[in-house]
Design a protein around this ligand. Structure first.
Ligand SMILES: *Cc1c(COP(=O)(O)O)cnc(C)c1O
Length: 419
């Protein structure tokens, strides 16, 4: 996390003091580092370019992790594709300059209208998750006189050993088609007039710090590719989904992209399969932080609270998954350290960003909630009629506002009084 460093006693994003960002744009605010974003994607491209099985590979950023147009545009300029899960995300990535031929469309509930939009845009592949979805896509492609490129999302039944809410590849998950049903589904797909079977995909979960479940999943996928080939159904690309974890604690170790990817590429060598990846968190998580100011310090009967101007509506991960984010003072001060629950003003007991954090702070101090670039702003809501935070991109010494703070008027603009 070299993008955010202490310089002259103040936390900086690249070369810009976060105190300066707070003065200019207010708090709470998400602050991203351009160089951290591009370096994260480059790490994937470098590993793929260095391996024979990486030729022609496509890295599709999972848009749901962070859908800001400026970030999507940066990745598009760097050659990335996109993994989308809605018509809204399709519109976003096209507005950000995405190449339609680098878009994969995931998700269990694609509507007819979303399928139409994606067929008309000419996307690279639909990742299909059920029989009725396959049949609907066939019908709609037929109406439009098109052939829909399809991959089946196979559920390899591999335990990713991560939080249950972000495990997606187990038998009990709503995602994907059961491994044992996959052959039959491929046969059906191959027989449909307006479907072109092009690939196979899986996505087993998120925030994986041990790469071994990915290898297990790939073994199962490749066994299926061989069975399909024996039946004359040729697979052109293998999409291994996303899920590579990041460090949320300064003392955590995150696997390198090479450590994750090279064993997978070794297995794919000589098969002539195009590799598609869908990293989300790994490309943006450590490249962003949530900048917030302490409003009050409050001594409770059992605990001390640092009440900040950010809340669960800005960053939901702690409330939703009991996720950990390091929380650090922007301008560390000497003095007595106390344990604080760092909480927002929202009327929910679950409204905390950190619990029992040793901090030396005063009211008015700025705090940085680290590693908040993924599933941060993307999951933000307007609960308690709180306008969503501003988003800022730092690029060297330059500061760019990439999303203005919402106004309260915007929040109720679509609402109508009764006559
Ligand atoms: C969420 C998701 C991803 C991205 O997951 P990360 O853990 O953020 O890398 C990729 N593919 C699919 C289908 C997803 O649902």
């Amino acid at each position: 996390m070299t993008a955010f460093t202490l310089q002259n006693g103040t936390l900086h994003a690249e070369s810009v003091a976060l105190t300066h960002v707070a003065e200019q744009f207010g708090t709470p605010a998400y602050v991203y580092s351009r160089s951290a974003l591009t370096a994260a994607l480059q790490e994937f491209h470098d590993v793929l370019n260095a391996h024979p099985a990486g030729a022609g590979a496509l890295v599709c950023f999972a848009v749901k992790a962070n859908s800001n147009l400026a970030i999507l545009n940066l990745f598009a300029r760097q050659g990335a594709g996109f993994d989308i899960v809605s018509g809204g995300e399709l519109q976003r990535v096209l507005a950000a300059g995405a190449d339609p031929q680098k878009i994969v469309f995931s998700g269990v509930g694609k509507t007819a209208e979303e399928m139409r939009q994606a067929l008309e845009a000419g996307i690279f592949c639909f990742n299909i998750e059920s029989i009725p979805e396959l049949d609907r896509l066939n019908d709609i492609a037929g109406e439009l006189g098109k052939k829909a490129p399809v991959s089946l999302r196979v559920n390899p039944n591999v335990d990713p050993k991560t939080h249950p809410y972000i495990s997606t590849g187990l038998k009990a998950a709503k995602f994907g088609v059961a491994y044992d049903d996959a052959l039959a589904l491929y046969r059906r797909a191959a027989g449909l007039a307006n479907i072109a079977v092009t690939g196979i995909d899986c996505h087993i979960g998120s925030q994986l710090l041990d790469p071994s479940p990915f290898i297990e999943a790939l073994d199962r996928i490749l066994a299926l590719v061989d069975q399909l080939a024996a039946e004359g159904i040729r697979i052109h690309h293998v999409d291994l989904g996303g899920g590579l974890g990041i460090k949320y604690r300064a003392d955590q170790v995150q696997p390198t992209v090479a450590a994750y990817l090279n064993p997978l590429l070794d297995k794919l060598k000589g098969r002539g399969l195009k590799v598609v990846l869908e990293p989300g968190r790994r490309l943006v998580g450590n490249a962003g932080l949530l900048l917030t100011r302490i409003e009050y310090l409050k001594a409770g009967e059992e605990k001390n609270f640092a009440i900040i101007d950010a809340a669960m509506n800005d960053l939901m991960r702690p409330a939703l998954y009991e996720a950990w984010h390091d929380i650090v003072p922007v301008t560390p001060r000497p003095g007595v350290t106390q344990d604080y629950d760092v909480v927002g003003p929202v009327c929910e007991t679950g409204d905390f960003l950190g619990q029992a954090r040793p901090l030396t702070v005063q009211p008015g101090d700025l705090l940085a909630v680290m590693s908040a670039g993924a599933y941060g702003m993307a999951m933000a809501s307007n609960y308690n009629t709180r306008p969503r935070a501003a988003e800022i991109m730092v690029d060297g010494t330059q500061v760019h506002l990439i999303r203005a703070r919402e106004s309260v008027e915007q929040l109720y603009a679509g609402e109508k009084l009764l006559p």
